[in-house]
Design a protein around this ligand. Structure first.
Ligand SMILES: [Zn+2]
Length: 400
């Protein structure tokens, strides 16, 4: 919770002097589902005339249709009269209304956001989540990395102790705090199981950006490596949610032990052929793909938005959330792959890569990639002093 320093000071000063002089009261509220801003102000016991004054002060400053459940509001009352009102939607979207004599003035707070490119370096000892925390990063970096390696690495089962990940990533920073990660410009993963993988982002002349390997081959494949979107999994190796995967012929699929509600990805573009409860399979989604492939996702807790028979889905679209429905002995996703109507083992399929970069674009790509690769391979000061075993701390600055 942030409080303007002056107000905080005023409130603190007010406390010991309360009997002698000014009495302040601070009310913190959130917008409830189906509640308008005016209703929220009413519910905070603000008199009708002041509710109207706040609403009209925000007229033309704040778009009331954008008000959402969970938005935070703070009212500071001085002697029972609203002195200051603050409406916060996100770290960068904040509006305020101040009393100016007997008028109220509304404004949007301008918050400076700086975009930086930094080198993030992670060493995995238990999980990607804990590696991020150990490096002073937000766990969201794990989601970002899993996304760019989604065709080659299944972060639920392919990570091993001692694996290393490095990425040149955009960070949106305000007042020294990282608000969110932007695009990954380049990333490298060195894993005990998966080997060395490197991907580079390249924006083609049509504006589309894609990831490629160092030689211009596509990073994308027709199928993803995992049907689960990596989502801040905190578990350590060997814990009950770490999936022990085995394809069992008589069970026709692979089980991923995962907490209920984990987002499930369509592993490839396709058309939904089933979205219903199938009894033993619980809530089930099946998708038909090209070349006679079909995938099915079982025991789901719920379906993704717009998922019904006949719906077109694209690779990486969240089509459902994992669950424990049907004949299931614990929260898990049962994932099945069929080819030509026959079940096949999804763990040992080799899927083709998407088209490589057109030859004409290769020289530009190679020049850009060489530069990114050298930044990616930069050894930070922290790593040099800590020796081979050290992580890069908060990451060294790699580009403007
Ligand atoms: Zn199963």
């Amino acid at each position: 919770m942030r409080t303007p320093p002056l107000l905080l000071l005023a409130a603190l000063l007010a406390a010991p002097l309360a009997s002698a002089s000014v009495r302040y009261e601070v009310k913190n509220r959130r917008i409830e589902p189906r509640q308008t801003l005016a209703q929220a102000l009413h519910d905070a016991a603000l008199p009708d005339a002041q509710v109207e004054a706040v609403i009209s002060a925000l007229e033309g400053v704040f778009d009331f249709r954008k008000s959402r459940p969970g938005d935070q509001l703070r009212l500071v009352l001085r002697e029972g009269v609203l002195d200051f009102f603050d409406y916060r939607q996100s770290a960068v979207d904040e509006w305020q209304v101040r009393r100016d004599g007997d008028k109220y003035v509304g404004s949007k707070r301008t918050i400076e956001v700086e975009k930086r490119v930094e080198l993030v370096s992670l060493e995995i000892s238990t999980s990607l989540y804990e590696a991020a925390l150990a490096a002073g990063e937000d766990p969201g970096i794990g989601v970002v990395l899993a996304d760019v390696f989604a065709w080659d690495i299944d972060f639920y089962r392919d990570t091993r102790k001692g694996d290393r990940a490095r990425a040149l990533v955009e960070k949106f920073v305000s007042k020294g705090r990282v608000l969110r990660y932007g695009e990954v410009l380049a990333a490298a993963y060195e894993g005990g199981l998966v080997g060395a993988k490197r991907v580079f982002r390249y924006q083609q002349p049509d504006g589309q950006a894609n990831y490629f390997q160092e030689d211009g081959a596509s990073a994308r494949k027709t199928f993803l490596k995992s049907p689960l979107k990596y989502a801040h999994i905190t578990s350590r190796f060997g814990s009950r949610f770490h999936p022990v995967l085995q394809y069992l012929k008589n069970h026709n699929g692979v089980d991923y032990g995962t907490p209920i509600g984990t987002p499930v990805w369509a592993v490839a573009d396709g058309t939904v052929t089933k979205a219903q409860n199938t009894g033993a399979g619980g809530n089930t989604v099946c998708v038909r793909h090209t070349n006679g492939f079909e995938t099915c996702y079982l025991h789901l807790s719920r379906y993704g938005a717009g998922i019904r028979v006949g719906a077109r889905v694209s690779q990486k679209q969240v089509i459902a959330y994992s669950g424990n429905t049907g004949r299931s002995t614990g929260p898990h996703l049962h994932f099945a792959l069929k080819r030509g109507g026959q079940f096949v083992n999804p763990l040992n399929q080799k899927f083709p890569r998407a088209d490589p970069l057109p030859k004409a674009l290769l020289p530009g790509f190679l020049a850009q990639t060489k530069e990114l690769a050298s930044q990616l391979d930069t050894v930070s000061v922290a790593e040099m002093t800590e020796g081979a075993g050290g992580g890069a701390g908060a990451g060294s600055k790699a580009a403007p």
